[in-house]
Each structure stands twice: as C-alpha cells, then as structure tokens.
Design a protein around this ligand. Structure first.
Ligand code: LLP
Length: 433
C-alpha cells in the first residue's frame, strides 16, 4: 500500500510509523517534523552488512554516506551496526568524530578539500583520504609531511559509465567535476605519481557512478572497469592495490513507479563480476567497500506538516500550502523529485483529490509536488510526505529565516528527539551588529 515498509494505519485511520501514531507525534513535537524509524534504518544497515559478509566472505566494509543524513544520532547508529562512515566535509567529519565513530572507519571524500579540512583529518587520524585530483594529492603529501604522518589514500576514478538518473546526480561520466579520468591515462598517472611521494600510501581506488539508480547493469560495468584497472595498475606499475570502493547510488521507492532491485541481488551480481575479473587478471580479491546513503535512510523517514491555506484556482489547480517547504525539502525544487503524500489523519481513506503541495517560502518554485493524488484535505490536517529520510534534513536551509524542523527517532514504540527544532534565537545567533 505504501512506498515505505515501516508505515501502517491504526484503528483511528491515522498513519503510524514504527507503530507510533503520527498525530500524537505532530501534537507532541509540533510541525514540520522529520520522523525516522530507527528499527527500519537498522534493518537496512543489516541487509547491507549481511549481504556484504555473504558475498565477500567478510572481506568488505559498508560505509554510510553521511551526506544523506548527518547528525550525531545517525553516526552513532551506523557505528553500532559495524559500519564505517563516508564524510565529505569538515562538518561531516566533525560530526562523525564527536559521535565516536572509529576514525579508521572514516573515509574522507570531496573534490575540493581545504587545507584546514585536510589538516583536521590528519590530526583526527581518518582511515582513508579519497583523493580527487593531483593538486589535492600534492597538498596532502605536503601537509602529511609537516604533521609527520603518512596518509592512506584511495583515488576517485571517473570510470566513464553513463547511469540513467538525473543529470545533477550522475557522476560517473567523463565530463564531471569529480575524480580523475581513467580513459585518457590520468588515473594511471596519478597513481604513478603518488607511489613516488614519501608521505602517501596508495591503498586503492574508488568510483561512484551516480544516485537513485535502478539498473544492475551500470554497477556491474563499473565493477568490471575498476577491477580491470587494478589489473592494469599491477601490469604497468607493478603495484597491487588492496581496496576497491564501489560507491553508493542504489535507488529507493519514492512512488509506486519506482521498482528498486533488492540489495542482495545487486551485491551478488557485482560480487560475481569482481571475483571473475580479479581471477582473470590474476589479482588477489581486493577489500570491497560500498557507500549507500539514500537506501539506508530514505524509506525510513517521513515528514509531517500542518495543512494551512487551500487555494482552488478553477480550471487550473488546487494548491495546498504547508508550514514547511523547500527549506526542509528542496528536492522537488531542485530535481522535480516525486513523493507520495497522505493526509495522516485519514491515511486509510481513498485518495479522492489532487493537489499541488506548496511550501511557505516566498518563491513560486517552492513546491513539494504537483498534481499529487491525496485524500480531500482541510486546513489543520496533518500532511505526511513519505520517504524523506535521505537528502532532506541534510540539504535543508534557513531560506526566509525559517527555523529548521526537529527530528525524532521512533523505535519499539518509543520516541526520542535527535535534533532539536531551531528557534528564532538560533536564526540570529551569528549575526553581528
Ligand atoms: N558515495 C559518494 C562518493 C557519493 O557522492 C554519494 C552521493 C554516495 C556515496 C551516496 O549515494 P546514495 O547511495 O545516497 O545514492 N542530493 C541528491 C543526491 C546526491 C548524491 C551525491 N552523492 C538527491 O537528493 O537526490
């Protein structure tokens, strides 16, 4: 019935998440409110960790791509599920560090890490730097030398794979701001250069072909290209690299049109390619890393809003306005990303109306969806937007000086606040006169 497995409808016809009534959540914590089902997140983590263990015989590690949802509670949660964390900025690194994530399981990404960020990562002792380009490599070598350390690195490689997803989130093509190109020899050259640097230890390679991808094919193709590249590195430079990080990107269900492949099918298909190609190229099986973000948290989260004005423009459309919008979920404005909507207080009733869901920002493009099927709504109803666990809170802003919502986690029928609602004082706290 729903795109998200953690949702149900109780005898009062209210939407529940993790067994908790969303109407009581809205009443207790206010709206807009991000709600995350902790048990569902843990189930997603275990699906990945178990299938990684099954298909790579314990020779791998799952990293949570924290850009999908970064806060202290999430970092603690994934660490307790024996996962590492992929961070992409000083802020994400600091969050993981303060949450107590073991630093050797932290992989530091980013196409333009600053000197301050590199120094911070060196002094905290992050496990791996995923180096994006030559200037970063030389800078890291210099800073590691000054710090009296050796940095362990993976290189982000652009494998030239065209995955079918939105242009803004497609990252494996050659014309891309991320990574070093494989086809023109840049990738081989950077590894050769790195092997001559005293304060760099070259450990492996990384690729990430995009996000919200449903086909198995591009993942298998990327795995084949990357393992063959490890073979070429061994043949050309005599260096056997021990780690292969295949990135994230697995699609989730936002609306009934989406049909994701179960992760273990993906893991099985890719592991076959990795193992067969390694054997063919006479390579030891590398340690495999994967970096799911969206598919760990996406379908475990919802956002609750209070319905305000409803404006019917005859012959055009009906606008339903909520007390949040692009500030807490910019994904429709950015990518025309589609969501499923429900009136939470009549969740089991038929969807007998169609609305364009508008936010409260001073901007016509501030929409959460257009022409969305929904139960007939009234001002004061609670609107639930489903599958908002990924890239909502993490991409939120204070546009129009609207405070960010709170986030609660539910588990075993209990709730706890994991991010407090911002106040107007928070909004002005860095202002100077
Ligand atoms: N690893 C790397 C290096 C990445 O760049 C990303 C996502 C991931 C892993 C995780 O990918 P996932 O499993 O979540 O698909 N803001 C966009 C998504 C941008 C993804 C950026 N990189 C959205 O809201 O759809």
């Amino acid at each position: 019935m729903f795109t998200s497995p953690c949702l149900s409808v109780n005898e009062e016809n209210h939407l529940t998440i993790g067994g908790v009534d969303t109407l009581s959540l809205a009443k207790e914590y206010g709206t807009p409110l991000y709600v995350l089902d902790e048990d569902a997140v843990r189930r997603n983590c275990r699906l990945y960790v178990d299938s990684m263990n099954r298909f790579y015989d314990g020779h791998g590690l799952i990293l949570f791509a924290s850009k999908a949802l970064c806060n202290t509670a999430m970092c603690k949660l994934v660490a307790s599920e024996n996962m590492g964390v992929d961070v992409v900025s000083g802020g994400e690194l600091y969050t993981a560090y303060k949450a107590g994530v073991p630093m050797e399981k932290v992989y530091f990404h980013g196409n333009n890490k600053t000197e301050a960020e590199l120094n911070m990562a060196l002094s905290l002792g992050v496990g791996r730097f995923v180096v994006d380009n030559q200037s970063e490599l030389l800078e890291l070598d210099r800073l590691a030398k000054a710090a009296g350390k050796k940095a362990s690195v993976l290189f982000r490689i652009t494998p030239g794979i065209d995955a079918h997803t939105h242009d803004f989130i497609m990252t494996g093509k050659i014309d891309c701001k991320f990574g070093v190109i494989l086809e023109n020899g840049d990738a081989m050259e950077i590894i050769r250069l790195a092997s001559t640097l005293e304060n760099i230890e070259v450990v492996g390679v990384h690729c990430h072909i995009g996000s919200q991808i449903f086909d198995l094919e591009p993942f298998c193709e990327a795995a084949s290209v990357m393992v063959n590249f490890l073979g070429d590195v061994k043949d050309t430079l005599g260096i056997t690299l021990s780690e292969l990080n295949l990135g994230g990107g697995f699609g989730i269900c936002y609306t009934e049109k989406d049909d994701p492949v179960p992760y273990d099918q993906y893991m099985e298909a890719v592991s076959k390619v990795v193992k067969a190609t390694a054997e063919k190229r006479n390579l030891p099986l590398p340690k495999i890393l994967m970096e799911p973000g969206r598919s760990i948290v996406g379908d475990a989260g919802i956002t609750l809003y209070t319905v305000g004005a409803i404006k019917n423009i005859p012959g055009v459309r009906s606008y339903l306005a909520v007390d949040g919008g692009m500030g807490d979920n910019p994904r429709y404005a950015l990518y025309q990303a589609e969501y499923e909507f429900l009136v939470a207080n009549r969740a089991g009733s038929a969807k007998d109306a169609v609305y364009t869901v508008a936010g409260k920002c001073c901007e016509s493009g501030d929409l959460l969806g257009e022409h969305a099927p929904l139960q007939t709504a009234n001002s004061g109803d609670i609107l639930a937007v489903l599958s908002t666990g990924a890239y909502n809170y993490s991409m939120s802003s204070n546009y129009n000086r609207i405070p960010r919502p709170a986030m609660v986690m539910v588990s075993g029928g209990k709730t706890r606040i994991v991010v407090k609602r911002e106040t107007y004082e928070d909004i002005i706290k860095n202002d100077c006169e």
